[in-house]
Write a protein that binds this ligand. Structure first.
Ligand code: ZN
Length: 412
């Protein structure tokens, strides 16, 4: 009898310990699964400056015959009622205001919502992100909303994961107001990859310095400028920052969403930041002001010189390079620097007497050079950079996104 009790006790405890062990391993695996799902793991993409024997010029095909479209991809409507700001704007109000201001593309980027509308050139967009640090993304050419986000301050791998997922359901992914509230850090710029665009100009925040960090790390993220408008009835909310997009010269067929995506991706676009004074004016005055701004007539790499020509006068051209360094400043109208060149020196009749132009002699040690132009009314134009590239006429590529092995176990 005693022996039977003894046996039962031993076997019983063995069964319990087996169960415990099973439970232990089971819950361990569950924790690991949850951790890996919520803590994605990606390898940091290396920071390597643009290099190669050629220059990639995003404005290679820009000429005075082509057409520039005025665009905004960042504005909020009343889609979420009182939950977010933007509650006063109906889609019709927004279309009406931006149309009066001469916009060709009116992007309504509601949070987590693709707002459909009927307009001449409809581009489906939305703003992704509902986390505390405002690590937001602009999704352009969006097919489907990606709902996942990480609410608390995000790890770099979480940011990388979101960028990767957004790209799976859209044409282009932009980092929105990246420097605002530390949404993206300098380190992020040297390790993240896979984004197409960089919202350098935003009504709330200018992220120019951070853009130079990204470009210096060899990330060919092209510029985007947007209002981030939340109230279209407030004059200073609209037409503060906008993107000009070059769509070639083949008539209206070029004005398609695909042509817009291609131009943004290749960099055939530039950003404009209008002055505070113009921002406060009425819609009609503002329209006049926007229409009178000079356009980019051409930007060429000729005999190792970067030559920029506008359709009107400018006060100053700044050439900026690796690590955001100012390489050269040229005073356009006053000619205080003899680098400003005349139409005759350029040897072309297309440059009228009112054109303002400047050039910079590209050096072997330059990895990229971008131009920031101060116009006569103190508005600014920000051009995309010319970048060193290994293949002729091919834009340098973003480094590939690479998962860490552990993260590949649960995530296909
Ligand atoms: Zn935002």
């Amino acid at each position: 009898m005693l022996r039977t009790i003894w046996r039962m006790a031993i076997f019983g405890s063995m069964k319990t310990s087996k169960k415990r062990r099973g439970l232990f391993w089971g819950s361990g695996l569950l924790v690991l699964y949850v951790l890996v799902r919520f803590m994605p793991l990606y390898k940091p993409a290396p920071a390597i400056p643009f290099e190669g024997p050629y220059w990639y010029n995003p404005y290679e095909n820009v000429s005075s015959e082509g057409k520039w479209l005025r665009a905004n991809f960042h504005a909020h409507s009343n889609a979420w009622g009182f939950v977010t700001s933007g509650r006063k704007n109906t889609v019709d109000d927004m279309l009406c205001k931006y149309d009066s201001l001469g916009y060709d593309i009116i992007g309504i980027s509601d949070y987590q919502h693709i707002t459909e509308m009927s307009c001449r050139l409809y581009i489906p967009v939305y703003e992704h992100g509902y986390n505390v640090m405002k690590t937001h993304q602009g999704v352009i050419g969006a097919r489907k909303v990606y709902w996942n986000d990480y609410i608390l301050p995000q790890t770099r791998s979480q940011k990388q994961h979101v960028l990767k997922k957004l790209k799976e359901h859209s044409r282009l992914v932009a980092l929105h107001h990246p420097a605002w509230m530390g949404g993206y850090s300098k380190k992020d710029m040297c390790r993240l990859t896979g984004h197409d665009l960089f919202e350098v100009l935003n009504d709330f925040w200018v992220s120019e310095g951070l853009w130079d960090v990204a470009l210096s790390a060899g990330r060919p993220a092209m510029l985007l400028a947007g209002d981030d408008a939340h109230n279209v009835f407030k004059p200073t909310d609209i037409a503060r920052d906008f993107t000009m997009i070059f769509v070639g010269n083949s008539g209206s067929s070029m004005e398609s969403p695909e042509a817009v995506y291609r131009a943004l991706e290749s960099g055939a676009a530039y950003g404009v930041e209008v002055t505070e004074r113009l921002a406060h004016s009425s819609v009609s005055r503002k329209r006049e002001g926007l229409d009178s701004l000079p356009l980019l007539q051409s930007c060429r790499v000729c005999d190792d010189s970067l030559v920029v020509v506008l359709s009107g006068s400018a006060l100053c051209f700044s050439f900026i390079g690796q690590d955001g360094l100012l390489l050269k400043r040229v005073s356009g109208e006053t000619g205080s620097d003899n680098s400003a060149i005349s139409s005759s020196e350029l040897g072309s009749s297309t440059f009228g007497s009112s054109s303002a132009s400047a050039f910079y002699k590209l050096r072997p040690e330059d990895h990229y050079v971008r131009v920031k132009i101060t116009l006569v009314d103190s508005s600014h134009i920000y051009l995309n950079p010319v970048m060193r590239t290994k293949e002729k006429d091919v834009k340098p590529q973003m480094p590939p996104i690479k998962k860490r092995r552990l993260f590949t176990i649960f995530d296909a």
